[in-house]
Ligand binder design. Structure first.
Ligand code: DGL
Length: 267
């Protein structure tokens, strides 16, 4: 597909989306690497959690969000959500005239080639786990890596509802970690999960966990750079949510401090 972006309109925004505050774990890293870009962020909080939705529903949400970004003239769209990358990317990838970056497909080669790592656990939403996207994508690059997949259905709500320091968070994190066999590393394969790093660190050393957004942000930067799409002056960043702007600001504190309330946008 031909991309319309030219050197004359490199100031078009890079657009991010997720079901809520999770995508900010990616956005904050990309913004640090590319401070001169303009940005849009859409948190589909009305339809959260995505991990419990059907393929049809998720494809429907993604199309609406992509059409919104198309109207806003995004030059690239970042699927800062593992669930939509797992379930909708193949259905959307050739239908839009901007670059699309899906997290799972982007990071799997890095995960497949980590030094001395033969056994990985992947914790993700039920929809991501049911798709087996991580296991499939990692094995494309290295078939000898063993991938153990487990879902943590409660963690997204715990993060969105600001309960990361609750006893429920502690108990549920313990319950999930107890089910994981002995592995070399554990991938936090939902962009909401890094918000739980402190609780996770109570049970296992922090370096057991991999936040794939570190690789993802670097890959996005490299690709935009290689394509000559980088902007040279920051002008704006705009945040949108489909419900509860106040809640979004509260729950996002650990990863990004917004200067004002996000705009309520029903698509
Ligand atoms: N943060 C998203 C992900 O990475 C979606 C979580 C959800 O809404 O279930 O999968």
């Amino acid at each position: 597909m031909e991309y319309k972006t030219t050197l004359n309109n490199i100031n078009r925004p890079i657009a991010f989306f997720d079901s809520g505050v999770g995508g900010l774990t990616v956005f904050s890293k990309v913004k640090k690497l590319l401070p001169k870009e303009n940005y849009l962020y859409f948190g589909d909080t009305k339809n959260m959690p995505y991990g419990e939705k059907s393929e049809e529903e998720l494809v429907g949400y993604a199309h609406k969000i992509f059409k919104f970004f198309e109207k806003e003239e995004a030059k690239a769209v970042v699927m800062a959500c593992n669930t939509t990358s797992a379930v909708t990317y193949e259905k959307l990838k050739d239908k839009y005239n901007f670059k699309i970056y899906p997290i799972i497909q982007s990071v799997s080669s890095s995960l497949a080639s980590l030094d001395g790592i033969n056994k990985l656990a992947v914790i993700a939403t039920p929809a991501t786990i049911n798709s087996h996207a991580y296991s499939r994508e990692i094995k494309k690059h290295n078939s000898s890596v063993e991938v153990f997949e487990i879902s943590a259905p409660k963690w997204v709500r715990i993060v969105e509802e600001g309960r990361i320091n609750s006893s429920e968070a502690l108990d549920d994190v313990k319950e999930i970690l107890d089910k994981i066999p002995k592995v070399d590393k554990i991938v936090l394969a939902c962009t909401h999960y890094p918000y739980l790093s402190e609780v996770l660190g109570k049970f296992l050393p922090p370096d057991m966990f991999i936040d794939p957004s570190l690789y993802f942000a670097q890959n996005i930067k490299n690709d935009l750079e290689k394509s000559g799409f980088l902007n040279n002056k920051f002008e704006y960043e705009k945040f949108y949510v489909s419900s509860s702007p106040e809640n979004f600001v509260k729950s996002s504190q650990l990863f990004y401090k917004l200067n004002s309330l996000p705009e309520l946008k029903i698509l």
